[in-house]
Every structure is written in structure tokens, then in C-alpha cells.
Design a protein around this ligand. Structure first.
Ligand code: COA
Ligand code: ZN
Length: 314
């Protein structure tokens, strides 16, 4: 874009798309398998580091993603892009192994209440189950990431303390996972809290792959992403068009919007490796696919270099 600020050696930012998982999971009208595959194939050429294809959850809990195997089998896997899936338990991991994935993205909540609502079990039971999943992954040479939901706060039990969050980080770090995603499931984080969590995690575990996963529920999404980058983070989950939300978290709304995140970072001179125009095209077509306007301000306004006709002065 024309007014991009050139940096001497631009910092690389890794963008991870979650629209076909976090974005689709709460949609009420089933999106056909071939539409999911077609969208992922287009996104695969847009420059992402990682794409979360689907989730291997119970089809009763998330009917929209009951076709996870078919989608994984149907997509073209672009070299250089990692294809990950969300996994809540051993059954999900066994399903994922049958189709082959680059990463298991395990999930549990820091909040006991949200873990019960989302996964129908307590945190301790989730953790014990995930220990077996991690063993299975390592035996199959599959990388493991753990997404910790409600890391900043839970809509049912309130603000999550840094100490409580760190206690779960410690437990997973000791099991040899590759990365941890710090998830703001219902947009409760603020930039000061983000800075504190990013500094604490990286200081204690500098070699772990850290990802920040924000929702824009209270309009703080991009501010939080910027606070994370300024605190040394280089990896983000985001969703095309800003679609998304956990169906088992009251008041949940969309993730931070991929095209807005990329647009901001590109303008600031970071190296996102992303094809912003391709993203906007995909986002426009996604609106047609789901039949309603997406919460993407950028899709409405266009990039900053979009010029408008001056009004007539007659
Ligand atoms: N994939 C497919 N089916 C699964 C499954 C999986 N990963 N895990 C469990 N099931 C099936 C069981 O086989 C059983 O089937 P049956 O009724 O035909 O016998 C049924 O689901 C119930 O199994 P159970 O172990 O009792 O699960 P549950 O009802 O306690 O649900 C979870 C637990 C974790 C499987 C379910 O709550 C879930 O998938 N949650 C995901 C929520 C989510 O993705 N939220 C958004 C992302 S944060
Ligand atoms: Zn999310």
C-alpha cells in the first residue's frame, strides 16, 4: 500500500486463520463441505503461516464441523502452510490421526465454569485427558499446541488472574508442548492486561511458540493485538471478516478480523507475508456464502489507499 511506513528490517508477523473453525462453529445454517474446502484452498494461497481447518469435537456439540475428516481430506495442502485442527479429547485426536494434520490444537479453559459449559467436564478431567492426547501426538510425531480459553476473563466467573493462568501454562509447558495460545474468548482483555501476560509468559518460557487469540467483543481487539506486538509477540489467530465466537460462552462474538489485522500491520511496515487484496475478495464472497454482512470495517470502507470521487460543487 502507498503510505506503508518502511522499516529497516521489518519484523515478521505470523497470521493464523481460524474462520473455518472459530468462525463457522456457531453458524446455524450448515455450510456445505465443498464450500469449506473451496474457501480453505483460496485462503491457502494468501500467505498464512497456519490455518485451523476444523475441529474434531463431538458432532452433537458442534454440528457445523461434523465433516472435519472430509474437509481435511479434501483440501489442497499448500507447502509452507501448517494445517491444524482443534481437539478436545482422545477421541478427537484419534479421528485427526486418520486424516493426518500438521498440529493438534488442544483446548481447555482456565475458567472452571467455562470448561464445564464448553467441554462438559472439570478442568482436572480435561487436563488428564489431554495428557494422553499429548502422548499420542508425540508418539505420532505431531506438533502440539494448547489453546487456553478464557485466559483473560470468563463471562460467567469474571477476570482470570495472571497467577491462575500461569499455573496452567506451567503444567502444559512441563509436558513438552510446542506452543500455547492465549485466548481471549469473549473479548474481555485490555491492552495493559495483554502486556502483562505477554511479558510474563515469554520471560518464563522464551522457547514456546506463543499465539494471541483475540475476540473483538468490546472493541479492544486491534488495540490488544498492538499491545501484544509491542510486548514481543509475533503470532496471531484471526478470522476472515471477523466472524466467530464460542457457542458455549454467553455473549461471545467474532474474532479480530484478519483483513483488518493485516491492513494495520502492513501499514505500520511489518512483514505479514499476506495478500491483502485476496483476503478482501475472500471476505466479500464469505458474506455472500453466509448471507449477511460481516463485522469487517475494512470490507465496508476499503483500504486507506482507496480514493473516492469528490462531491459535485454545483
Ligand atoms: N468426536 C466425535 N464424537 C465424540 C467426540 C469427538 N471428539 N468426543 C465424544 N464424542 C461422542 C461420544 O462417542 C459419544 O457418542 P454416543 O452418544 O454416540 O455414544 C458422545 O459424543 C458423548 O460422549 P462424551 O464423552 O460423554 O462427551 P460429552 O457429551 O461429555 O461432550 C465433548 C464432551 C468435549 C466431546 C463435547 O463437549 C465437545 O465436543 N465440545 C466441544 C465444544 C467446542 O468445540 N467449543 C467451541 C470451541 S472452544
Ligand atoms: Zn475464539
Amino acid at each position: 500500500m502507498t503510505n506503508t511506513v518502511p522499516l529497516k528490517s521489518p519484523k515478521r508477523i505470523y497470521i493464523q486463520e481460524v474462520v473455518t473453525r472459530d468462525g463457522f462453529q456457531a453458524e446455524s445454517t450448515f455450510i456445505p463441505t465443498e464450500e469449506k474446502i473451496a474457501l480453505i484452498n483460496r485462503l491457502s494461497r494468501a500467505g498464512y503461516a497456519k490455518i485451523e481447518v476444523s475441529s474434531f469435537t463431538s458432532p452433537k456439540a458442534i454440528p457445523m464441523l461434523a465433516d472435519a475428516e472430509a474437509v481435511m481430506k479434501g483440501i489442497y495442502r499448500e507447502p509452507g502452510v501448517e494445517y491444524t485442527v482443534l481437539i478436545p479429547n482422545l477421541k478427537g485426536a484419534e479421528r485427526a490421526l486418520t486424516v493426518g494434520v500438521d498440529e493438534f490444537n488442544l483446548v481447555m479453559s482456565v475458567s472452571e465454569t467455562h470448561n464445564q459449559a464448553n467441554l462438559k467436564m472439570g478442568r482436572e478431567d480435561s487436563f488428564q485427558g489431554l495428557v494422553s492426547v499429548i502422548e499420542l501426538a508425540h508418539a505420532n510425531k505431531t506438533a502440539v499446541n494448547i489453546s487456553l480459553s478464557t485466559s483473560f476473563g470468563c463471562p460467567m466467573s469474571g477476570i482470570t488472574s495472571l497467577a491462575e493462568f500461569m499455573s496452567w501454562v506451567d503444567r502444559f509447558a512441563n509436558l513438552g508442548v510446542r506452543g500455547i495460545t492465549i485466548c481471549d474468548t469473549t473479548g474481555m482483555a485490555n491492552p495493559a492486561q495483554v502486556q502483562a501476560i505477554c511479558e510474563a509468559t515469554q520471560a518464563k518460557y522464551p522457547k514456546l511458540q506463543w499465539t494471541l487469540h483475540f475476540h473483538n467483543t468490546r472493541g479492544m481487539g486491534l488495540a490488544n493485538a498492538l499491545a501484544a506486538v509491542n510486548s514481543g509477540i509475533d503470532r496471531f489467530d484471526s478470522s476472515l471478516g471477523g466472524l466467530g465466537g464460542c457457542p458455549y460462552a454467553p455473549g461471545a462474538t467474532g474474532n479480530i478480523c484478519t483483513e483488518e489485522l493485516v491492513h494495520m500491520f502492513d501499514l505500520m511496515g511489518f512483514d505479514t507475508n499476506m495478500q491483502i487484496d485476496a483476503l478482501l475478495e475472500c471476505s466479500k464472497d464469505l458474506q455472500t456464502l453466509i448471507g449477511r454482512v460481516l463485522p469487517s470495517q475494512l470490507l465496508m470502507a476499503g483500504k486507506v489507499d482507496r480514493l473516492y470521487e469528490a462531491p459535485c460543487q454545483s
